[in-house]
Design a protein. Sequence first.
Length: 365
Amino acid sequence: MENHLQTKDWGIGLKGNTIIAGPCSAETPEQIEKVCLDMIKENMIPDVFRAGIWKPRTRPGSFEGIGEDGLKWMEIVRHHLNIPITTEVGNTAHVEMALKHKVDVLWIGARTTVNPFAVQEIAEALRGVDIPVMVKNPMNPDLQLWLGALERLQAVGINKLAAIHRGFSDSYDKRFRNKPNWSMPIHLKREWKGMEVINDPSHIVGNREGILETAQRAINFGLDGLMIETHHDPDNAWSDAKQQVTPARLKEILSKIDFKDNLGEENPSEVLNDLRNAIDHLDDQLLDILQERFSMIDQVGAYKRAHHLTVFQSDRWKYVMESRTKKGVDKNLSEKFMKELLYCIHEESVKRQEKQLREADPIKK
């Protein structure tokens, strides 16, 4: 990333743990009013009210949103709650209508983020407009696509930017509607220092029962807030009924979350600093051990080359995987972690041995 991206104070203008809540879709003016009144009743007023006006659906005939009429109903939110409102835009026409009705914050959905042409058109429609914009991660775990969408908005002068982590499509992992892949939002925050990332547990889990656990993990990982779909009658919602909660349940969820202080890197506490120094020292030792291990691998490679042995020895690999994994589990390391670690080490070992063979055989170079 360019250096200028490291110094900007990014975000949508809210500090601390931002809470964005509201129904998946605006359905009727009565529905919007009922959600607002229930929020007031529960003393559960979010920082920003969300409602989908246009719903991108794969199959025709599905509910695709109310359209512009729904934007008119957002005045109900302003009247009752007096907080900013946000909705999703997927093309220039959406942008124009949202600006016409004075929507406070826009977001770009996951299906749109995957298409740089669509993002660029939205960016051009917003050129010269001072409005916060949030960008959901693309459907597939592609950090460059996510960053690229944010960069296109930045390039036209949008200075209030935030990202939304809503998980990634994975047909093999049935635990989630969209697999969280926590490393992605963390990498985004590392690449673009100061970028606010809001977690959307509703879309990650796809059911209301799992929202609390996922929301807590998001806060544990240092994400900056939550977007939780909230409806006065979730079971009868017109879209995504299973993942919406009532304002009362939203209040209960938030009361159970242990919100963390986002410790600044400039002035860490003495205790934290000592712990980090100890970790740095251990990392140095790990690197020294890895260097020594790969030095031994080089000697193994030289022996195989001299005796015309293949790089991959299946029996040895099976023994290393099974024995090291067991030892790791016995030391309270997860089996998944041990296997991933050993695969990485093995891949590097094979590459080093292959390099030796190529250097020894001009034909293979």
